[in-house]
Design a protein around this ligand. Structure first.
Ligand SMILES: *[C@@H]1O[C@H](CO)[C@@H](O)[C@H](O)[C@H]1NC(C)=O
Ligand SMILES: *[C@@H]1O[C@H](CO)[C@@H](O)[C@H](O)[C@H]1NC(C)=O
Ligand SMILES: *[C@@H]1O[C@H](CO)[C@@H](O)[C@H](O)[C@H]1NC(C)=O
Length: 302
């Protein structure tokens, strides 16, 4: 860890080296035909260790203009050696440059610069701010799943799938600390937890059978630019208990429906069944039934 700090301090110290020298040198090289407006708003954005450079064409840039990108690695042995970036030597206005591969050393400090050109003209270079992958990237949230475990919540996390394998590994190394915001849905009562990053975490001492929502973000030692996940909600009680409750309610509803159906059938067939009974039941029984309905009067059948 001490080694890392030293390296970082060294970076910061060298950061004060005269960058402008390189810029002027570059400008001097191309001074012959500088006449295009220089690009503006050259900036580097980075999410989950994927780095992207964007820029705007200068005012009144002709439409046939192309743009080229170069980078400078600060701890390079040969100072102020700008290198072109593969795939970014002939961009058009509105295109961005993928610097993920070019900025592959997370601890190093880099700069990028953009120049406009046409077949006969060039612009001055416009240089970006200083960029260090490790500390300037924005850390997205991990993939989250939450489930209940009684009076606790089980939180399972995975490093998000990035497009590149190398960035995935770098992210894994960056994921050091978890910041959890836990909120009880019923009344909004909330608390915050910081834990060392692990794939499986248990949030304990919660109320059983109650819904909580958790948002997750990660930070690392040198980087606190993080984006929190959306809230993931779950009841503390185990999921099986909840589903069996649904089964009970379902059965109850089914029985009720069946009961109503039976009652309906009985009421509906009330009058008709009397006729049928007269025909089908043994004489004596139908006699008693008729007796009952007529209030006991009338002679017995033959
Ligand atoms: C290019 O830069 C030089 C000095 O670095 C400056 O004098 C000149 O005006 C610039 N040209 C344009 C087109 O901005
Ligand atoms: C470009 O940069 C200027 C100043 O640096 C800022 O005012 C402007 O909003 C930026 N434009 C865009 C599109 O970001
Ligand atoms: C940028 O380049 C990296 C490494 O080659 C790649 O994994 C990633 O998908 C690229 N990003 C975009 C937006 O093309």
């Amino acid at each position: 860890m001490m080694g890392l700090w030293m390296l970082l301090l060294l970076h910061l110290h060298l950061g004060n080296a005269p960058w402008t020298e390189g810029v002027e040198e570059g400008g001097g090289l191309h001074v012959v035909c500088v006449s295009l407006p220089a690009p503006s708003n050259v900036s580097i954005s980075s999410f989950n260790m994927e780095h992207t450079l964007s820029f705007l064409p200068g005012p009144e840039t002709p439409s046939n203009t192309h743009f080229t990108v170069e980078i400078l690695k600060q701890l390079h042995l040969r100072k102020n050696l700008w290198r072109s970036v593969a795939g970014c030597s002939e961009l058009t206005a509105g295109q961005t440059c993928n610097l993920t591969r070019a900025f592959k050393d997370p601890l190093n400090q880099y700069r990028a610069r953009v120049q406009a050109f046409t077949p006969i003209q060039k612009s001055n270079w416009t240089v970006s701010g200083r960029f260090q992958p490790l500390s300037d990237t924005v850390l997205g949230p991990p993939d989250v799943s939450v489930s209940g475990c009684g009076n606790c919540l089980l939180l399972q996390l995975r490093v998000p799938t990035t497009r590149g394998l190398q960035q995935h590994q770098q992210l894994k190394d960056l994921y050091r600390q978890l910041v959890l915001h836990v909120q009880r849905t019923r009344d909004g009562a909330r608390f915050r937890l910081t834990l060392p990053y692990k794939e499986e975490n248990v949030i304990t001492y919660l109320q059983p059978g109650v819904e909580y929502c958790v948002t997750v973000s990660v930070t690392s030692l040198f980087n606190s630019n993080s984006v929190a996940s959306k809230p993931y909600c779950a009841f503390t009680s185990p999921p099986q208990a909840r589903s069996s409750l649904y089964v009970v309610f379902g059965l109850l509803a089914a029985f009720c429906a069946l009961g109503f159906l039976l009652i309906g059938l009985v009421v509906y067939s009330g009058q008709m069944s009397l006729e049928l009974l007269k025909r089908r039941l043994p004489r004596t029984l139908s006699y008693f039934l008729i007796q009952g309905q007529n209030g006991g009067s009338g002679p017995p059948g033959p």
